[in-house]
Design a protein around this ligand. Structure first.
Ligand code: COA
Length: 388
C-alpha cells in the first residue's frame, strides 16, 4: 500500500505575546500557578488584523512553492473559530493563496479535533489517489474572556500540513482508535464569542478519553508503550499533556520512562510559549517535538487528539529519514524570538478590540502588521483580506 502522511509543516502565530508571570500578578495569583501549575510561560496575543484565515495563509505560505500550490487538489480547514456560519474558511484561504480552482475546499468543526479529522480524511483520500496533495489546516483563536479561570489557557495560531504519498516527515499508520460521546465540557453557542467551559470536568473527560482510545489502539494493533519513541498530546496548556503522559508512563520500563519524559519536554517547549491554539495545539506540539527533540528516523510517534464535546483519537506514525527537511527551522525559531512583549494593559486593550459583531464597516489600524496576509477591515459585511 502507498505510504501516506505529513510531507511538510508550517506554523504561524502573531508577533505579540503577554508574559504569564506578569498576567498572574495582575490577576492576584502566584506566578508559579501559571508557570508550573498550568505550565504556560507566554501567551500569544491576537491583533484584530489576524483571524483564522490570515493565520492559516501565513502558515501555509511557509511550505507552499508556486509549483506545489498548483498541485493542491483539496483544502481541509479545521477550526472552531470560523468567521462565517455558511461559507468555509477554506474557500477564503484557497483564494488568498492563489490555489487552483479545480480544488475542493471545506471547513471541519469538532472543537479541538477538527484538524485531526482533516488529517485522517486527507490521508485516506491520498491512499486512493496517490498523486493528490491535500492542504490540511488547524487554526484557532482560544478565547475564554478576561479574568476568567480559562484566561491562562488562551492563545492562537495556525498549523499548515501538506499530506501526500511518500511524505518527508511522517508516515501515518492506517490503524487508529477513536471515540465519540455527547459531553457538555466545552461548547460555544452561535450567539457567543467566548466558549462556555467546565474546565475541571473537561480535563477529566480528556484523560478518560485518552485511556479509552489508547486501550483500543493497543487491542487493535497489539503494540505496547515499548513501541513508541515519543507521544504528542493535544495541549490546551502544557500541564494537560503532562497529565496525559503520566497516565500511561507506569506501563514503561524506568529507562523508557526517562526517554519519554525527555521527549515530552521537547514536545511542550513551543506550546508553553504560544498558549492554546485549540485544534492546532497537537500539531504545534508535534512540531515542537521535531524541533527540540532528539528523535531518530524510523521512530514511532503516538498522537492523542481530543476535542471537547467530545471526540478523541489515538493514532500513530513513523518518522521518515529526512524529517527535518519538512519544516523551515530557522523561520520558526525567528518567528517566536522576534515577537514583541505587550503589557497586561495592552493585551486587554487588544483583546477588546476584536472585529465587532454588528456588521458595520471598519477600517483596522494595520501599521504594525508585518505578516504577509492580514485583515484590513470590513466593508459591506465582507472581510477585507490583504497580502503584502
Ligand atoms: N504553584 C504551583 N502550582 C500551583 C500553584 C502554585 N502556587 N497554585 C495552583 N497550582 C496548581 C494546582 O495544584 C493545579 O495543578 P493540578 O491540576 O496538577 O492539580 C493547577 O495549578 C491549576 O490550578 P487550579 O486551581 O485547578 O486552576 P483553576 O481552577 O484556575 O483552573 C483550568 C484551571 C485548566 C481548569 C482552567 O484554566 C480552565 O478552565 N481552562 C479551560 C479549559 C481547558 O483548557 N480544558 C482542557 C481540556 S481540553
Amino acid at each position: 500500500m502507498t505510504v501516506v502522511g505529513i510531507d511538510k509543516m508550517g506554523f504561524y502565530t502573531p508577533g505579540m505575546y503577554v508574559d504569564m508571570a506578569e498576567l498572574a500578578t495582575a490577576r492576584g495569583e502566584d506566578p508559579n500557578k501559571y508557570l508550573i501549575g498550568i505550565g504556560q510561560s507566554k501567551q500569544a496575543v491576537i491583533p484584530p488584523t489576524q483571524d483564522v484565515v490570515t493565520m492559516a495563509a501565513n502558515a501555509a505560505e511557509q511550505i507552499l512553492t508556486p509549483a506545489l500550490k498548483a498541485e493542491i487538489g483539496m483544502v481541509l480547514f479545521g477550526t472552531e473559530s470560523g468567521i462565517d456560519n455558511s461559507k468555509a474558511t477554506a474557500v477564503y484561504l484557497a483564494h488568498l493563496l492563489g490555489l487552483p480552482q479545480n480544488t475542493r475546499a471545506i471547513e471541519l468543526k469538532q472543537a479541538c479535533y477538527g484538524a485531526t479529522a482533516g488529517l485522517q480524511l486527507a490521508a485516506d483520500y491520498v491512499r486512493v489517489h496517490p498523486q493528490a496533495k491535500v492542504l490540511v489546516i488547524g487554526a484557532d483563536i482560544a478565547r475564554y474572556g478576561l479574568r476568567t479561570a480559562g484566561e491562562v489557557t488562551q492563545g492562537g495560531g495556525a498549523v499548515a500540513m501538506l499530506v501526500t504519498a511518500d511524505p518527508t516527515i511522517l508516515a501515518l499508520d492506517t490503524i487508529s482508535s477513536y471515540h465519540t460521546e455527547d459531553v457538555m465540557d466545552f461548547w460555544r453557542p452561535t450567539y457567543r464569542t467566548e466558549a462556555l467551559v467546565d474546565g475541571k470536568y473537561s480535563t477529566n473527560v480528556y484523560l478518560d478519553f485518552f485511556k479509552t482510545v489508547w486501550t483500543g489502539y493497543q487491542q487493535q494493533t497489539q503494540r505496547t508503550i515499548a513501541d513508541f519513541a515519543a507521544f504528542a498530546f493535544h495541549m490546551p496548556f502544557t500541564k494537560m499533556g503532562r497529565k496525559g503522559l503520566r497516565q500511561i508512563l507506569p506501563e514503561a520500563t524506568p529507562e523508557q520512562q526517562t526517554q519519554l519524559t525527555t521527549a515530552f519536554e521537547a514536545s511542550q517547549a513551543d506550546n508553553r510559549n504560544v498558549g492554546n491554539l485549540y485544534t492546532g495545539s497537537l500539531y504545534l506540539s508535534f512540531l515542537s517535538l521535531l524541533r527540540h527533540g532528539q528523535l531518530a528516523a524510523n521512530s514511532r510517534i503516538g498522537f492523542f487528539s481530543y476535542g471537547s464535546g467530545a471526540e478523541g483519537e489515538f493514532f500513530s506514525g513513523v518518522l521518515q529519514p529526512n524529517f527535518r527537511d519538512g519544516f523551515v527551522e530557522e523561520q520558526l525559531a525567528q518567528q517566536l524570538a522576534n515577537r514583541r512583549r505587550v503589557s497586561v494593559a495592552e493585551y486587554e486593550q487588544i483583546y477588546a478590540a476584536q472585529l465587532s459583531n454588528d456588521g458595520r464597516d471598519v477600517q483596522l489600524a494595520v501599521g504594525e502588521e508585518t505578516a504577509t496576509y492580514y485583515l484590513a477591515g470590513r466593508q459591506h459585511e465582507q472581510r477585507q483580506y490583504r497580502k503584502q
